[in-house]
Design a protein around this ligand. Structure first.
Ligand code: 45D
Length: 163
């Protein structure tokens, strides 16, 4: 990993990325649920975010079948190359975060494949959730940006794909 992070919660970032892909998705969704109203997508001062671009990409995902939507989200985490993961890779980090936020909202409105109702987090993921909840807002935001930033495929470096 050569990503430069802001070092606010490096051990949490590492632990998160060490979970298997489905646990990462599930944990991320539980985090979204916990955040409740703390996120205001229309927050003033969100100068580096491009809502139209995030919505455009979300619109493409919305048209997919549930199976394809789930695969796409797994592909993002695993950096598998597809049209969408390349488009994602070209977004700014805050726009990437907004895109994930739209996906999570889409799950609530049944536009995006929902979590199985009986799905349970593994013990390590539950512990991580508790630790993320204990972070302050700023550190949470930094952690989330650091999480979503390396996902997808950055076409400027995709000549050689890692694992
Ligand atoms: O069948 O400054 C499993 C902005 C199992 C504005 C599954 C912001 C098998 C500007 C894999 C579990 C809003 C951007 C299925 C700031 C199975 C700004 C499916 C902040 C179906 C600060 C699992 C934005 C799935 C923030 C589909 C803070 C899981 C955004 C999907 C935070 C999980 C966003 C998803 C968060 C999680 C988004 C989509 C926390 C998304 C989380």
């Amino acid at each position: 990993m050569t990503y430069v992070t802001t070092d606010s919660a490096p051990e949490l970032l590492q632990a998160f990325q060490g979970l298997d892909v489905d646990q990462q998705l599930a944990l991320f969704y539980f985090i979204y649920k916990e955040m409740g109203d703390a996120v205001t997508p229309a927050a003033p001062g969100a100068s580096t975010v491009s809502p139209q671009i995030a919505e455009g990409l979300f619109g493409q995902v919305k048209e997919m079948s549930f199976d394809e939507q789930l695969q796409l989200q797994r592909d993002l985490i695993q950096k598998r190359e597809t049209m969408i993961t390349r488009e994602y890779g070209a977004l700014g980090n805050t726009t990437k975060l907004l895109f994930w936020y739209l996906l999570a909202q889409g799950m609530d409105s049944s536009e995006i494949v929902p979590m199985p109702s009986e799905y349970e987090l593994s013990a390590p993921a539950q512990e991580l959730l508790a630790q993320v909840k204990a972070l302050g807002y700023e550190k949470q935001m930094t952690l989330f940006r650091d999480l979503v930033a390396p996902m997808g495929v950055d076409s400027t470096t995709s000549g050689r794909q890692g694992i």
